[in-house]
Design a protein around this ligand. Structure first.
Ligand SMILES: [Zn+2]
Length: 255
């Protein structure tokens, strides 16, 4: 009990630090607190360390200097935080309500491995990946675009998933299922690229005609030019964290 209270205080402290240092908006900090609290209650400090590995790793990576593009200094919103950590939090809650068994642990780590894999792929790819290849339009596009892939980005997807899989398995599962989680997280990030290429909505500025993921550009609302309306980048990221635990679950049932 006392451990849980201390963990909740630490989660609140980290969320407020992230707000203080402009990594998160107010809504993002509250969402991060709720995600962290659910994980702390279910998976104790082991679960929190796995979440922290993802969160701190991604935040530091996102703030590394970059020569090839302008770094986004924007704070992460509630939607962005939930897109990455929401599924892991829901799995933590389900562990609390139903069964805190090995499978739930595997799925929980897999969800975070996918989020880490996708984030590392984007950050590494944008920095060192050159111009990535877009799956749907069969051509090279500006770095960072959804649905595009590069060898360096793919390598970072593999490394990002590995970081979470290795420590997650050691902390929560006594070292077992490590390679399954590693592959599941990587598969989630690859699914993210495919879904980003074919289903994600693409918007265009009505003024300057540039393609964008933003809801407004040049001071005007953008219009949807293709993809599933409402299926934005956050939803694609969330899909990535759903594919990974499902993939892991299916393999666990098969073996
Ligand atoms: Zn514009």
């Amino acid at each position: 009990m006392i451990v849980t209270v201390l963990l909740l205080i630490s989660v609140a402290f980290i969320a407020s630090l992230a707000y203080r240092y402009q990594a998160l908006t107010v809504g993002g900090a509250w969402t991060a607190f709720l995600v962290g609290a659910a994980i702390a209650v279910s998976f104790s400090y082991e679960g929190l360390i796995i979440l922290a590995l993802f969160f701190i790793g991604s935040t530091i990576f996102g703030r590394l200097p970059a020569r090839t593009f302008k770094r986004e200094k924007e704070r992460r919103t509630a939607g962005q935080v939930f897109a990455n950590g929401g599924v892991a939090a829901l799995l933590a809650i389900s562990a609390l309500l139903f069964a805190n068994d090995e499978l739930t642990g595997i799925m929980f780590i897999s969800a975070l491995a996918a989020a880490g894999s996708d984030t590392w792929a984007t950050e590494g790819g944008k920095r060192w990946g050159g111009r990535p290849y877009h799956l749907r339009i069969n051509t090279r596009t500006p770095a960072g675009r959804s649905g595009a892939i590069s060898p360096i980005g793919t390598l970072f997807a593999f490394l990002g998933s590995g970081l979470i899989a290795i420590f997650g398995s050691l902390l929560l599962l006594g070292g077992s299922w490590m390679s399954l989680i590693w592959i599941a997280g990587f598969a989630g990030a690859m699914a993210d690229t495919v879904i980003g290429a074919y289903l994600q909505e693409e918007r265009q500025c009505v003024r300057c005609n540039s393609l964008t993921e933003e809801k407004s550009h040049c001071g005007h609302p953008t219009r949807i030019v293709r993809g599933v309306p409402g299926f934005d980048n956050d939803k694609v990221n969330m899909a990535c964290t759903i594919v990974s635990p499902l993939f892991a679950m299916i393999i666990v049932f098969l073996v």
